[in-house]
Design a protein around this ligand. Structure first.
Ligand SMILES: [Zn+2]
Length: 245
């Protein structure tokens, strides 16, 4: 009887020690990739494109080399000590809400069990190459994170306080109504940020924001000035590998 009780106590303490006393390891550095449109350029903005073939090769490389895609929400929770991250975490972000985000990216991610973060500005809805509200809802329901890219994608350096407030609050509300989830991440249109804009983001309840400044995310950086790694149309697979390592 005594040995049975001892065994119970030992196994109970092993159970509790492995589930309650192990702190969450706070990850110090994570590459955050920045993409816009996937496809071939049909205008002057080649820098906004990555070809479908290159994109598929890049995602295949991440999969077969042990990278695990996470969202910014996962990263935020890890910063707060609330969520463990998988080994070799990486965030993949897409700006501007093109329709290929559903037809190509989301379908590939669904097949391969990957996730991404998609920054949307609601004034784009209804244009010929925009994601639809139904697509955004489905993506959000299936593990993709939706973030705000403002309401109108205009120059936020030229806006007064009321305009900034409208851009960050109204886009958040519209995207929350579509997804039925909190919208917590913001992406500065054309990377234009300011201290007054950051103040509005904090007031509106955003917990982080991404820039177009080049670099790897570091835990020590300001969470409203997150750096990203832009992937270019001309990047070979070797250049891609160098950028993320
Ligand atoms: Zn943009």
């Amino acid at each position: 009887m005594l040995s049975f009780l001892t065994a119970c106590i030992v196994s109970f303490s092993l159970y509790t020690s492995s589930y309650t006393s192990q702190p969450v390891e706070i990850v110090q550095e994570v590459p955050i990739l920045m993409y816009h449109e996937i496809g071939d350029p049909d205008g002057p903005w080649e820098s906004l494109y990555v070809s479908e073939a290159n994109f598929r090769n890049q995602m295949e490389y991440l999969k077969s080399n042990g990278y695990n895609t996470i969202t910014l929400r996962d990263l935020q929770k890890n910063r707060e000590g609330l969520r463990r991250l998988p080994p070799k975490p990486i965030v993949i972000t897409f700006d501007d809400g093109y329709s290929s985000m559903y037809s190509l990216v989301y379908n590939l991610f669904k097949e391969t069990g990957m996730k991404g973060v998609f920054y949307i500005y609601p004034k784009k809805f209804g244009s010929w190459n925009s994601l639809t509200e139904e697509e955004i809802k489905e993506m959000s329901d299936n593990g993709m994170e939706i973030g705000s890219h403002s309401m109108s994608h205009l120059n936020m350096h030229k806006m007064n306080k009321n305009q900034l407030k409208y851009e960050v609050e109204e886009s958040k509300k519209i995207l929350e109504d579509i997804t039925n989830r909190p919208i917590e991440s913001f992406c500065y249109p054309a990377g234009r940020l300011s201290e007054s804009l950051i103040e509005e983001l904090i007031n509106a309840g955003y917990t982080n924001a991404v820039t177009t400044k080049y670099g790897i995310y570091s835990h020590d950086d300001n969470i409203y000035k997150i750096k990203r790694i832009r992937i270019n149309y001309s990047d070979s697979l070797n250049v891609f590998i160098n950028r993320i390592s």
